[in-house]
Design a protein around this ligand. Structure first.
Ligand code: AGP
Length: 609
């Protein structure tokens, strides 16, 4: 969603801020803007469209400012336009703010402010903040007024503000929307997403809800709104710039698909004890005893992370023997879930900032339930708010369409199933088998990636297809949902994911020669069932791309096109079959000429409801 960057230091603020905005482009946005404090005066420039448009607007005006804030906006209140772009200013144009999130009480605040004579120039909720600040500054310092302003806001926010009244001060705060402070040598940075800071800072401070930070020439101070100083930990940032760059690939998505053998191995690194058939999960050490008593698991997540949760459900029930349910976080948070003392709630999230997943975890915690996170972004809100967790270590995932985070989440879920299973009587032999096979997967993934040229050809062949049906069963049913999601989000092709066994209960009525089905038919415990499902579809004239197991000539003879993948354990097969689905969606989007890393209407991390 929207992106924030702030700079306070010794070099050209404009230069860093534009670079920071470019690094956040992947999050999705429709307009951009920047406010620089130059010789005590504010200079605000905004534009609709890409950061390059903003840059063109600024060209020739490099500026001497070493303090500034910038923003990429993803429209919520008010259409994408220059006047709705951030930064927003007050009536006097002496205060500028950038904001991520939603101010829920903006209407009532606006009414009051209008009665006080304030004139609004945009349709946004953000502009309200600048005017409340202006009003509060009539009787208070910039810092005091900022705290007072925050107390009047309801909703979610990450806000950064600058003012001509205190030109050497920058203020920021967060509530339910991420904000991180980066510390460099003689310079400080603010960003809504740590990937904007990678390469520039080595240490970061993650702000918590209800905190504000004051940056000035002395350094930074984190406080509560009641002016109580907070002691914060400075965390070392381990990602480096090369991991957040395209590295010769045309798109981040393709780069990230090809990174999977490595990211999968990184997720396993140091966590498997093959001879003991066990997993060592340091992040769960503190709650090891409590985990032994767990008798039910609920997984909460969204989108691709929801799909990995569905695979996890099969793994955890089969190998750990714990009843498991998976629920979309957006639904979980609004029903009245019945959670027992021995229930474990697992949040899965690449970003660790997804608003619905965060709210679901808060709901679970309120009920006193043990929570753990399977999260990629270190230090993110979900990783900090859960009782314990296991990081995915997939490195920065920049592409809006999640790929490597998905397979890394599956790695962690397999480790967790092994860990909980061995706590509960999963045999040593079976444990060893799973551990051994997990270690082989990176090389199998390399082999799957060798199919890329064939998948590219298939995408050329089927580029004009107007609808897809993705089918799979048992461990590969969630992948049917995931394959359909991938092609919808980046290639904008309507697609439906369905369990193969459910076809007869309705959807088979859709099948005729215009339909294209992508079916997962690995040699597993439901192979025969899948084969007959495929026959039924072929018999009604549909074409089928079948994803099966190496050596399956029977499948190759029957399906229209076939992709055969290395044989692995049934529980791990979705880790391999996910890759051709990702590649197929990618190449179809290339054929159709879409902006793959920044698909329309989408944002990388959905930090508002
Ligand atoms: C995946 O391709 C999507 N862009 C999206 O569904 C994503 O998985 C979802 O928004 C959840 O994000 P999270 O993993 O960061 O919580």
């Amino acid at each position: 969603m929207c992106g924030i960057v702030g700079y306070f230091g010794k070099r050209s603020a404009q230069e860093f801020l534009l670079e920071g905005l470019r690094r956040l482009e992947y999050r999705g946005y429709d307009s951009a803007g920047i406010a620089l404090v130059e010789k005590g005066k504010l200079r605000v420039t905004r534009s609709v469209g890409k950061v390059s448009v903003l840059e063109d607007r600024l060209s020739g005006k490099v500026g001497t400012s070493m303090i500034g804030i910038a923003h990429t906006r993803w429209a919520t209140h008010g259409k994408p336009s220059e006047k709705n772009a951030h930064p927003h200013t007050d009536c006097t144009k002496r205060v500028a703010v950038v904001h991520n999130g939603i101010i829920e009480n903006y209407r009532e605040l606006k009414e009051t402010l209008e009665q006080q004579g304030h004139v609004f120039r945009s349709e946004t909720d953000t502009e309200i903040i600048a005017h409340v600040l202006e009003e509060e500054m009539k009787t208070n310092t910039f810092e005091g007024a900022f705290a007072q302003t925050l107390k009047r806001l309801r909703g979610a926010y990450a806000i950064v503000a600058v003012s001509e009244s205190s030109p050497n001060v920058m203020l920021a705060a967060r509530l339910s929307s991420p904000l991180v402070l980066g510390i460099g040598e003689g310079e400080m940075f603010l960003a809504s997403d740590v990937s904007a800071l990678v390469g520039d800072v080595k240490r970061v401070v993650y702000l918590d809800d209800g905190e504000m930070v004051v940056l000035d020439v002395e350094g930074y101070v984190v406080k509560t709104l009641a002016n109580k100083r907070q002691k914060k930990e400075e965390v070392t940032l381990e990602w480096d710039r090369s991991k957040a760059e395209r590295g010769g690939f045309p798109h981040f998505m393709l780069k990230e698909i090809f990174e999977q053998p490595k990211s999968f191995a990184d997720a396993l690194r140091g966590r498997l004890i093959p001879e003991e058939g066990h997993a060592r999960l340091g992040g769960l050490k503190a709650i090891e005893k409590r985990l032994r008593t767990i008798d039910r698991i609920i997984i909460v997540s969204c989108g691709t992370s929801y799909h990995s949760g569905l695979v996890g459900e099969y793994m955890l029930e089969e190998y750990a023997g714990i009843p498991t349910e998976v629920e979309m976080a957006s639904e979980f948070r609004y029903r009245k879930p019945l959670l027992g003392k021995k229930t474990l709630v697992i949040a899965i999230s690449q970003s660790g900032e997804t608003a619905d997943t965060l709210a679901a975890i808060r709901e679970a915690k309120e009920k006193g339930v043990l929570t753990i996170g399977i999260v990629n972004v270190v230090g993110s809100s979900i990783s900090r708010e859960t009782d314990a967790g296991v990081y995915c270590h997939a490195g920065p995932e920049i592409s809006v369409a999640s790929t490597k985070a998905f397979t890394s989440q599956l790695a962690i879920l397999a480790l967790l199933s092994l860990y909980l299973g061995r706590q509960r009587g999963l045999s040593l032999v079976l444990g060893q088998r799973i551990a051994k096979e997990l270690l082989l997967l990176p090389q199998y993934m390399e082999r799957v990636l060798e199919h890329a040229p064939i998948i590219k050809k298939l995408a050329k062949k089927y580029a004009k297809q107007s609808h897809y049906l993705y089918l799979g069963r048992k461990y590969n049913y969630p992948n049917a949902l995931e394959g359909a999601l991938k092609i919808k989000e980046i290639a904008y092709v309507p697609a439906q994911g369905y369990p193969t066994g459910e076809m007869k209960h309705g959807p088979i009525a859709l099948i005729d020669s215009s339909v294209m089905a992508i079916m997962m038919v690995p040699r597993d415990s439901v192979y025969e069932k899948n084969m007959s499902g495929m026959q039924e579809i072929l018999a009604r004239g549909s074409r089928v791309i079948a994803i099966g197991t190496e050596g399956d000539t029977e499948l190759s003879q029957q399906a229209t096109d076939t992709l055969l993948l290395p044989k692995t354990l049934e529980m791990l097969s979705p880790i391999l079959s996910a890759i051709p689905l990702q590649l197929f969606a990618y190449y179809i989007a290339v054929e159709r000429g879409y902006d793959i890393d920044q698909p329309r209407n989408l944002a990388k991390s959905v930090t508002v409801e």
